[in-house]
Structure formats: structure tokens, C-alpha cells
Design a protein around this ligand. Structure first.
Ligand code: GUN
Length: 282
């Protein structure tokens, strides 16, 4: 039986600390504020944005939500970001991705003031992450690192295989594992011998976006398996990128979906908003 890594429990501990720090900074006259922008009505994005707003309230932070219609022009979106960049109540700005096709994600990310870029997507913050010197942590990868620390899972010298090379998860994940002294392999859709490479992993991180993609024949006995996926296949049942039922018996530890990585991503976002608010005191 694998150890189940409980993201709900771990994020609750992280959030408790953040809530304490929020009440301290409020006494100094600053309430951490997050603006969340969502364009269009992608159902998954609406769920994520809803829980980001709820968590802000739970931790005593200020939040604003901008739900814009799918046909919002780039100029309108950039004007909103410009206004939020100059709003002292707002310390963090998050524009939920993906955006509708007519909007240029790169231009939108570049428009966010790097000091308010709580997703750590701006090239300036990506550069800091690459160097290993950063204030803003990439939300999902940093949440995963917190889980590994909480569970005392050794990363140093271990072979970590990351499946997926997105800017949101795969690439920054690989960087953080490298900073934690793992030997890192990044796999993707063009990787040859994917199964064989995954079977070499001491820590296997699946961020592919395909339901039950990681099967038992891709996992070494005793591996730690981290599932970043959040898929709703034709049967309608929410599931991760890992075939949990058949992989779990092989692992030493595994994250469930839901209740694994998801809550940790939000906890890191709250941490980043707090960090941005604290920076205004300096
Ligand atoms: N879409 C999926 N994950 C994320 C995330 O972490 N941040 C933003 N802004 N959009 C996302």
C-alpha cells in the first residue's frame, strides 16, 4: 500500500501559517489583495477561479474578480491590467489561462507588473526561477515541492522524470527539482522510449493533461508518483494523468486526484500574494 500524500491536509497547514501572517500584516495597515481575471466561460477555469477567490476570503485577504466576456478585445484586457498594475489595493494579478484564441497570451503575461505576477509567468520571474533566486514561486511546482518536504521525501541524487514541458508546470517543475539536487529528465509527446524512461524514475511527475496516461508498466516499484492532471473523460469522472487504481499498489507514495496537487497550487498562490504585499512594506 502506498502512502497517500494528502494535499488537503498539507495545504491546510500552509494556509494556517499564511492566515497568521495576513493578520500580522493587516495590523501594519496592508491587506493583501488579489485580482483574478477570467475571460470567457471555460467550466474548468471557472471552478479554479472560484476556489482562488474563496481561499482569499478564508485567509482574510482582499480579492476582486473580473469575469470578462469571451469576445473581450486585447486592448480592453490590457487596459484592465494597466489599471490593476496601478491600484495600491491589489498586490497580485492573475489572468486565468488558457485565454480565448484571439488574445495573445504572451502580450497579456508581459503586461502584468512583475512585482504583481503571482503566477510567476512573466519572463523576468521565469528568469529568476531559472537562476534559482526568486520571490515568486511557480504555483503548482512549488506546491509539489512543499508536499515532498512535508512527507520527508528525499530529492537529492534521485532521478526525477517530469512528463510534460508546459511553461506553467513541466519546465518550472524541472528547475525546482534541479535546485533540489535531483537528476532531472523532461519527457514530452515526441519522447522516444517513454515507458522505459519513466520506469527509471524515483520520482515521477505527470503533467500531461491526458486521463490515466501513466500506466502500471511505466512505474518502478517503490517510486513516488505525483499526479498534476485534472481530467474529466467521457465517463464524467474526475481523474488525474495517472491510472491510480493500477499504479498505486506499486508506489511508495502517490498523490490522489482530487485532493492532491490542486489544493497546494492555491496555497502557493496565496503565499505569493502575501509575499507581494509584504514587499510594499520595504
Ligand atoms: N491555468 C491552469 N493553471 C493555471 C495557473 O496556475 N495560473 C493561471 N493563470 N492559469 C492557469
Amino acid at each position: 500500500m502506498a502512502k497517500l500524500i494528502n494535499g488537503k491536509e498539507i495545504s491546510a497547514a500552509v494556509k494556517q501559517r499564511i492566515a497568521r501572517e495576513v493578520s500580522e500584516i493587516k495590523q501594519k495597515g496592508v491587506t493583501p489583495g488579489l485580482a483574478v481575471i477570467i475571460v470567457g466561460n471555460d467550466p474548468a477555469s471557472e471552478v479554479y477561479v472560484g476556489s482562488k477567490e474563496r481561499t482569499c476570503k478564508e485567509l482574510g485577504m482582499y480579492s476582486e474578480k473580473y469575469a470578462l466576456p469571451a469576445d473581450t478585445s486585447e486592448d480592453e484586457l490590457l487596459a484592465l491590467i494597466d489599471r490593476l498594475n496601478n491600484d495600491d489595493k491589489i498586490h497580485g494579478i492573475l489572468c486565468q489561462l488558457p485565454l480565448p484564441k484571439h488574445l495573445d497570451e504572451k502580450a497579456v503575461i508581459n503586461a502584468i507588473d512583475p512585482r504583481k505576477d503571482v503566477d510567476a509567468f512573466h519572463p523576468q520571474n521565469v528568469g529568476h526561477i531559472m537562476i534559482g533566486d526568486y520571490d515568486f514561486l511557480p504555483c503548482t511546482p512549488a506546491g509539489i515541492m512543499e508536499m515532498l518536504r512535508y512527507e520527508n521525501i528525499e530529492t537529492s541524487g534521485k532521478h526525477c522524470v517530469v512528463i510534460g514541458r508546459s511553461n506553467i508546470v513541466g519546465k518550472p517543475m524541472a528547475m525546482l527539482m534541479l535546485h533540489a539536487n535531483s537528476t532531472v529528465t523532461i519527457c514530452h509527446s515526441k519522447t522516444e522510449n517513454l515507458k522505459e524512461i519513466c520506469r527509471e524514475a524515483d520520482i515521477l511527475i505527470a503533467a500531461v493533461g491526458r486521463a490515466r496516461f501513466v500506466t502500471a508498466d511505466m512505474v518502478k516499484k517503490g517510486a513516488v508518483v505525483i499526479d498534476v492532471g485534472m481530467n474529466r473523460p467521457a465517463d464524467g469522472k474526475l481523474c488525474g494523468d495517472v491510472d491510480f487504481e493500477n499504479v498505486e499498489p506499486l508506489c511508495s507514495a502517490i498523490t490522489p486526484v482530487p485532493g492532491g496537487v490542486g489544493p497546494m497550487t492555491i496555497a502557493t498562490l496565496m503565499q505569493n500574494t502575501l509575499t507581494a504585499a509584504k514587499a510594499t512594506l520595504r
